[in-house]
Design a protein around this ligand. Sequence first.
Ligand SMILES: Cc1cc2nc3c(=O)[nH]c(=O)nc-3n(C[C@H](O)[C@H](O)[C@H](O)COP(=O)(O)OP(=O)(O)OC[C@H]3O[C@@H](n4cnc5c(N)ncnc54)[C@H](O)[C@@H]3O)c2cc1C
Ligand SMILES: *[C@@H]1O[C@H](CO)[C@@H](O)[C@H](O)[C@H]1NC(C)=O
Ligand SMILES: *[C@@H]1O[C@H](CO)[C@@H](O)[C@H](O)[C@H]1NC(C)=O
Length: 405
Amino acid sequence: MDPFKEKAKCVWIHGPIIVGAGPSGIAVAACLSEQGVPSLILERSDCIASLWQNKTYDRLKLHLPKQFCELPLMNFPQTFPKYPTKHQFISYMESYADQFDIHPKFNQTVLSAEFDSSSEIWIVKTHDGFQYFSPWLVVATGENAEPVIPIIHGMEHFHGPVVHTSDYKSGSEYKNKKVLVIGCGNSGMEVSLDLCRHNAIPHLVARNTVHILPRDMFGFSTYGIAMSLYKWLPLKLVDKFLLLVASFLLGNTNHYGIKRPKTGPIELKLATGKTPVLDVGQIAQIKSGNIKVMEGVKEITRNGAKFLDGQEKGFDAIILATGYKSNVPSWLKGNDFFTKDGMPKTPFPHGWKGEQGLYTVGFTRRGLHGTYFDAIKISEDITKQWKTLKNKSCSDSHIILLNKS
Ligand SMILES: Cc1cc2nc3c(=O)[nH]c(=O)nc-3n(C[C@H](O)[C@H](O)[C@H](O)COP(=O)(O)OP(=O)(O)OC[C@H]3O[C@@H](n4cnc5c(N)ncnc54)[C@H](O)[C@@H]3O)c2cc1C
Ligand SMILES: *[C@@H]1O[C@H](CO)[C@@H](O)[C@H](O)[C@H]1NC(C)=O
Ligand SMILES: *[C@@H]1O[C@H](CO)[C@@H](O)[C@H](O)[C@H]1NC(C)=O
């Protein structure tokens, strides 16, 4: 084996290692770069914001109004509508990365990251055998790193395609097809609506309870209203108000087979991370019968599904709108900062910093708005330490500089 080559695979980073080039990782790198602090982003995919570029459907728009989805230091262009499209959001991300001269290392799946307490550095290993060293590790792999695929009896025998929403692009492939959509969160509801618009026949399985709220109330975004009220009023009162307006604008969703949880929408979101569904036309389609709501699935058969209420129906395709999960426990070794589900144990707004140079961005259950706050705090904290350390370690001779590759 070539010893030189082996040595070249170990790289000391003169700044933090950031895992993940989604909005969160890029935002931290941008804030650091603004302070003159270099960083290295390792990304498993071949582009930035790969969740948005490769794993979302064509007609997706931001769920929240644009002022809640901007990253630090750079606003959306004035021309963006209130709810930008996914393409607009991606173009914003690309200009953002350009603006701050951010060049992640792509095709770098992080297999492990471990703190070495004797040398007090993080050792990050990627799938191609590289090792990166730094005193700081920023976890930015997101709440949506891996799709959740449920085990449903009989699914392996189904005759048609079974697709997770991360692989669903458009309803155009499903024209006149009967499609079973499993899961009634935002993804399941929106895919069902998209299927309707392409003349497919979606059947939506609503096994769990879910809050549906209008996306806007009297011209204002529901999210914005909730945030403003929450500053002044107790949580329970805000929830009461939202539910009152929701029933006024949408009617009683229980009548359409969609059961509301007992806990209010904001209280539930804060306690469990379960996001209320924001209605952009799904309820109208459910009311008119174009989206059929089904109770839980008992089993999948070769040609369709049997339901808990005894009905049996044929389907051409199944779409799993069963959500995502964090993958942090699979690669971050020997730490007790994260739960077994890969979320920080300390909730927002204190979950951004762990021990020994560990940071997390984008695990707030608050989408891009949470990332905004995390990124600023992390970059300020690291910048302070970096400036002290820089003066101290200038003379270190064993350090291998990171070459631009
Ligand atoms: C359909 C959909 C719509 C959404 N709409 C909104 C919205 O309107 N507003 C909002 O605020 N939020 C929305 N979100 C939430 C959205 O996930 C976040 O706002 C945003 O993408 C989070 O950015 P992130 O960088 O934290 O995570 P991600 O965008 O998921 O980025 C994480 C990156 O880490 C990489 N990665 C993962 N594991 C590894 C590894 N082991 N090694 C190397 N790289 C790795 C991934 O490839 C990915 O590029 C939506 C999510 C979905 C799925
Ligand atoms: C993701 O989408 C972008 C933009 O279309 C493309 O350049 C890239 O190659 C895709 N990556 C993967 C892994 O599919
Ligand atoms: C990504 O890395 C793997 C393993 O090192 C390699 O086989 C593959 O060709 C790389 N892909 C790209 C697009 O560079």
